[in-house]
Design a protein around this ligand. Structure first.
Ligand code: ADP
Ligand code: MG
Length: 255
């Protein structure tokens, strides 16, 4: 079975999508076969991997509603070993289109299991919207691990409790094996005392891994979102590419 990792934070703009894309691309570069799943109606993962959400044959919404199998909706990206189950803005309407009844929260997991998609990949990375609604819950039911990008600001750290509460709820109701893989500090400027204090404070949080890799703030990562190209392809020799390669290395050591 593919190892599932869901990037989650409950907040927007903290680097969830950027981390999903670039961790996935770095794992793919290491020869792992990686599926990324865009669970956010904003479709930033889809556009960030160079696909136009308006030109897709089918997407995650079709899979959840039963109009397509996961295998039918998955597309190969331009990069070797890196595939995508894309989203479109229509994903906002999916929940309302579903008949009421059981199993709404495991629709994604069931769809990936049913046609052998889960078994076909080494890793499945889920990008989630900045809330704890339907699509995030579906990702939590499907994944093995949760990876929390933590933007280095006081507010982001406050949001952490809500993430952990959502994870605990999903574990007790939907997915007993669910684990927090760890936190990745993003937008880290170690020259500021603030970042340093925040990081040492985080290290005291019991039981949660903080990855050694610190993702620096860099305009290169902003450029990649617009270009629709992962950093390891866009600027292979950049600090940001090195950071995401190092994160992939750390992840491979602990999963
Ligand atoms: P989220 O998915 O949590 O909303 P994104 O990954 O989309 O966050 O990042 C929000 C914005 O910040 C995007 O424009 C992205 O290009 C940019 N960004 C992400 N990580 C960094 C970084 N380390 N340095 C600079 N810009 C970044
Ligand atoms: Mg996002």
């Amino acid at each position: 079975m593919g190892i599932g990792i869901a990037c989650m934070s409950g907040k927007g703009g903290v680097g969830k999508t950027t981390t999903t894309i670039n961790l996935a691309a770095a794992l793919a570069e290491r020869g792992r076969l990686v599926l990324t799943v865009d669970c956010d109606p904003q479709s930033n993962l889809t556009s960030g991997l160079g696909l136009n959400p308006y030109e897709l044959r089918s997407s995650l919404g079709d899979v959840l509603i039963g109009r397509a199998t996961a295998g039918q909706a998955i597309v190969a990206t331009e990069w070797a070993n890196l595939h995508l189950l894309p989203a479109t803005p229509d994903l906002t309407a999916t929940e309302a289109e579903l008949p009421s009844g059981l199993h709404r929260e495991t629709l994604l997991r069931d769809a990936l299991d049913r046609d052998g998609t889960s078994a076909a990949y080494d890793f499945i990375l889920y990008d989630t919207p900045p809330n704890f609604g339907f699509h995030t819950v579906n990702a939590l039911a499907a994944t093995n691990y949760v990876l929390i990008p933590l933007q280095m600001s006081g507010f982001a750290v406050r949001g952490l409790k809500e993430v952990l509460r959502a994870v605990n709820l999903a574990r007790s109701r939907l997915n007993p094996e669910l684990q927090v893989l760890g936190m990745v500090p993003t937008f880290v400027n170690l020259r500021t005392n603030f970042s340093q204090q925040l990081l040492s404070g985080l290290a005291d949080l019991a039981g949660l891994r903080i990855f050694q890799t610190l993702i620096p703030p860099t305009v290169k990562l902003q450029e990649t979102s617009l270009a629709g190209v992962p950093i390891v392809a866009y600027a292979p020799a950049s600090k940001a590419a090195a950071a995401y390669r190092q994160l992939a290395e750390e992840v491979l050591q602990v999963v």
